[in-house]
Design a protein around this ligand. Structure first.
Ligand code: ARG
Length: 540
């Protein structure tokens, strides 16, 4: 049972249909903000309305209410209610978070690296954030389809294949170096893409080998990262190849395209170029080739019309904001994105170095992801040399640093901060979990039941009851830093409780009650970390 909903239901009859607006609050157990918007519509003082609400609401002994500040109603929940709900949670494997009644088919488009290139720190964010989205929605009971929109069909492949035909065993970097300096090689690379897309066997042969190699490497990286993407989730750009011409033809038939300098373009309303004119979305280039936008339109159409998805998530960096806004606008106009379907660009900022610029290695190159993870594990081994534990802590620290900050802003990659044992970090949460696990191990079997005495018990219990609205809210907003902040707050409350309230040495009765608190806290931390894709070893 969710206390927020329970209290709201109690206030509702005294509000004539207005929103009870009950939330957790730093000023009280819960707070209702109902009076403030009502004051505007009713033209009365908010404190008067709040006082009315306090007088009229029948809280049935579940809580006491009092007016506070400019017109809030502070709610203090009865200890017996907290204890009863917590005891109930101890017997609920889902920790009070029900599966949704109406599951949606949700496509989570994430990771999607450009396949010819080595995986770098630049791919970390989409992979980690997208996986958290897939995990949380799946746990809530939605039908989640993971889509790894691998860049496996574009110019960089033409370049690499052209290079490898001449220099077997060459690398992507070598190819790029030549590409940068030789217009002749640039032209041959472009022609190679055309050959590839036209089905030239020699080219496709090499292409298949390259893509297969890339996929193997990616799957190894995902496994190491604890990311749930599998081989079956690859839906690379090449898989939409056959649909590109029909998609463009359909857009043309719907009158959505006009020619501009030989290219076919859509002109969704409201997008302005740097020069102040209308901004085109190029769906067919002047050389007849189809680009990134055409592929995304084909993918979107497939996802709504064939897969039947009702929520589309694109976990891609902020620089692509305009691209997705335009793709969504064109798709709406084409009828591929009905009102009942939401399309969301789950955007994020960059990983930054200490200088506030893009995070790079000393040599100025993008940092390879494998090397980054190696370093994370090496550094974590200082905390615990056991290889499995070091991997869980090191990789968990990297992922937590990524998910713990508002995704829209970039974050500074800082080893010392992310591996610190205090503060809002992965290791801090993992250590809290391990500490609780060890208490539970020593505690042996017990019958769950809660009675609250100490303030630290009460504070921990109250916070444990707030898991459900946090998870539900994050599934909507995909603001994972809110789940992270909740878990951090919970771990901190647990640590205070642990300092002030002996568990194993407590008197019979109190001991069981405190073990029950430990049990629910452990499960909540473990589940929360798992939703973020972070391991929680029982022993550290
Ligand atoms: N490969 C693209 C890039 O590296 C990201 C793909 C994102 N997904 C999509 N449907 N466009 O920029």
């Amino acid at each position: 049972m969710n206390l927020e909903a329970l209290l709201a239901a109690r206030l509702a009859p005294a509000l004539d249909g207005a929103d009870p607006a009950v939330r957790r609050s730093p000023h009280a157990d819960y707070q209702s903000g109902a009076a403030l918007p009502l004051a505007r519509t009713l033209g009365r003082a908010p404190r008067d309305i709040a006082a009315d609400l306090v007088a009229r609401a029948d809280l049935g002994g579940l809580a006491t209410a009092e007016v506070s500040g400019p017109g809030f109603v502070n709610l203090t929940v009865a200890d017996e209610l907290i204890a009863a709900v917590l005891t109930e949670l101890a017997g609920d494997a889902r920790l009070g978070v029900p599966r949704v009644e109406h599951p949606q088919t949700v496509i989570v488009d994430y990771s999607g690296p450009n396949a010819a290139k080595e995986l770098t720190v630049g791919h970390l964010r989409s992979t980690v954030i997208g996986d958290a989205a897939a995990r949380i929605l799946e746990w809530l009971g939605h039908d989640v389809v993971r889509a790894n929109h691998l860049g496996d069909w574009g110019t960089s492949f033409g370049m690499l294949i052209e290079y490898l035909l001449e220099h077997p065993g060459g690398t992507y970097l070598d190819a790029r170096t030549l590409f940068a300096s030789s217009p002749e090689f640039q032209e041959r690379s472009r022609l190679r893409v055309v050959k590839m897309q036209a089905g030239d066997e020699e080219t496709l042969d090499l292409w298949r080998k390259l893509v297969a190699g890339t996929k193997d490497q990616l799957l190894t990286a995902y496994q190491r990262l604890g990311v749930t993407l599998t081989g079956g989730d690859f839906a690379g750009e090449s898989s939409y190849h056959d649909q590109l011409a029909p998609v463009v033809a359909e857009l043309e038939a719907k009158g959505l395209l006009t020619e501009s300098d030989g290219a076919l373009c859509a002109w969704p309303a409201g997008f302005v170029s740097r020069e102040g004119g209308p901004l085109p979305l190029i769906v067919r280039k002047s050389d007849g080739g189809f680009g990134y936008a055409a592929t995304d339109l084909a993918a979107l159409r497939h996802r709504t019309l064939s897969v039947g998805a009702t929520r589309l998530l694109y976990v891609v960096g902020s620089p692509q904001r305009t691209h997705f806004e335009m793709v969504f606008a064109v798709a709406r106009a084409a009828g591929w994105l009905p009102e009942s379907v939401s399309a969301e660009h789950v955007e994020f900022g960059s990983v930054l170095g200490a200088d506030g610029k893009m995070f790079r290695s000393r040599s100025g190159d993008a940092v390879p992801l494998a090397a980054l993870l190696d370093e994370a594990v090496t550094r974590a081994a200082v905390l615990n040399p056991d290889p499995a534990v070091a991997a869980a802590v090191g990789i968990g620290a990297v992922k937590y640093a990524d998910l713990g900050a508002d995704r829209r802003s970039g974050y500074v990659f800082d080893w010392d901060r992310m591996l610190a044992l205090t503060g809002n970090t992965g290791p801090y949460l993992q250590y809290a979990y391990a500490r609780i696990s060890s208490i539970l191990d020593k505690g042996g079997a017990f019958t769950a039941g809660v009675t609250l005495g100490e303030p630290a018990e009460r504070a921990l219990a109250l916070e444990l009851l707030a898991f459900e609205p946090v998870v539900t809210g994050v599934a909507q907003s995909l603001e994972f830093h809110r789940l992270a902040a909740y878990l951090y707050g919970l771990a901190a409350l647990f640590n205070t409780f642990h300092q002030q309230c002996p568990v194993l040495r407590a008197a019979p009765g109190v001991r069981e009650s405190r073990l029950t608190l430990c049990l629910v806290a452990a499960r909540t931390l473990r589940r929360g970390l798992d939703l973020l894709g972070i391991a929680s070893p029982a022993r550290l």
